[in-house]
Design a protein around this ligand. Structure first.
Ligand code: GN1
Ligand code: MG
Length: 362
């Protein structure tokens, strides 16, 4: 990319002068940068949005804006600070919520919120509890957003859709990797019915569809210095689906005692104390709107999303690494294997996971 980032930044309605644009974080999908401006003016987050994945980007930015505006209204009504407790999208100089460069790449900017902490791991149960409350509160803030959102990621956490992609990729075997992962393929096959049985409940409305975040890793939450959740960020994937996705994806991330791509499987397991702490915080906030069926499947959603992630990493490996950014040729396979270890740890502790949900819902 020989794009001039300062030039890109200057296409947005920024306060102050751009002094530096530097890479930020390790997202697997978008390219993210921080725009620094001088003393007394805000810094900003600049992202090149991945148009291969989110489509169309202008509709995604409209979705994000609707969610941000809605949350800001509620924060103001509750006497909070809308510039800190909600994301602020910064429009381009022409008023659009994105800038399209000469190479047809989409860029978007939002304000950087100062004096916040983003964690890469749920280091303590206290942090997990706060994270659970944050996600429950986010869902409740958007629960009365009536403006429709465009589905810019059809089938995102829909396992039926994933199996369709999976079957196609396996039948093509485009880079000849399938034979090498025969064992890993059986992991996916053996749980296919169980996962589809769950998804049927979403399809037939037994489990309701609501606005959810869909990417609830801990680093998508900003905490304040006291350790409370200030604001949920990375709203690219906000869409209508089951809120169980958010609980499940958070548990996939928070409870892992190892890394998502750990090469030492002994490091990887589900920490039940972190699970319990998150579940307690989440349920305290979400109990008022969750149905009995949603509660019944909360623990299951952790297995569901972790399984889906094994499938997605493995499928991308077989497909020749077209979706996720990778750091080595085997990276997607390493990720799939590590996530599978986490899945089996959840399966072993499933009774305890269900018992905790019961206890906190009582
Ligand atoms: C992707 O790029 P990032 O880290 O926000 C992915 C998630 C996966 C995650 C794996 C749109 O999120 O679904 O769970 O990687 N986002 C998309 O860690 O596919
Ligand atoms: Mg994301």
């Amino acid at each position: 990319m020989n794009t001039n980032l300062t030039e890109i930044a200057n296409n947005f309605q920024l306060e102050g002068n751009v002094t530096e644009v530097a890479p930020l974080g390790e997202g697997f999908i978008n390219d993210t940068f921080i725009i620094k401006t001088g003393e007394g003016t805000p810094n900003y987050i600049l992202q090149r949005k991945n148009k291969k994945i989110f489509s169309p980007i202008p509709a995604m930015m409209d979705n994000i804006q609707k969610v941000c505006v809605h949350i800001k209204e509620k924060v103001v009504a509750a006497g909070g600070d809308p510039m800190r407790e909600a994301m602020t999208v910064t429009p381009a100089t022409d008023g659009k919520l994105y800038f399209l460069d000469e190479e047809d790449e989409y860029w978007a900017v939002c304000q950087f919120i100062d004096d916040t902490i983003a964690y890469d791991a749920a280091e303590t149960p206290e942090l997990a509890y706060a994270g659970g409350k944050g996600i429950g509160k986010f869902q409740s803030l958007v629960s009365d957003l009536t403006e429709p959102l465009t589905d810019i990621l059809p089938g995102f956490h829909n396992i039926r859709f994933r199996y369709k992609q999976w079957d196609e990729v396996l039948s093509k075997d485009p880079v000849g990797r399938k034979a090498k992962v025969a064992e890993q393929i059986t992991w996916i096959k053996s749980r296919r019915k169980e996962m589809l049985d769950f998804w049927k409940l979403v399809e037939n409305g037994t489990i309701p569809t609501r606005i959810s975040h869909n990417d609830t890793k801990i680093n998508n939450i900003l905490f304040d210095k006291k350790g409370d959740v200030l604001c949920v960020i990375d709203l690219d994937t906000v869409l209508s689906s089951t809120v169980l996705n958010d609980f499940g994806d958070a548990m996939r991330f928070y409870t892992n005692t190892g890394l998502e791509d750990d090469t030492n499987l002994d490091n990887v397991s589900m920490d039940i104390e972190i699970y319990k702490a998150f579940a307690k915080g989440y349920i305290e906030e979400a109990k008022s709107f969750l149905t009995e069926k949603e509660i019944e499947y909360l623990a299951f959603s952790a297995k569901y999303i972790t399984y889906e992630q094994v499938l997605r990493f493995l499928m991308d490996y077989i497909d020749g690494d077209n979706y996720y950014k990778t750091k080595s040729p085997e990276h997607n396979l390493v990720r799939a294997i590590a996530q599978y270890k986490l899945l089996t740890s959840m399966e072993e502790q499933f009774d305890k996971m269900n018992a905790a949900v019961k206890e906190f819902c009582a």
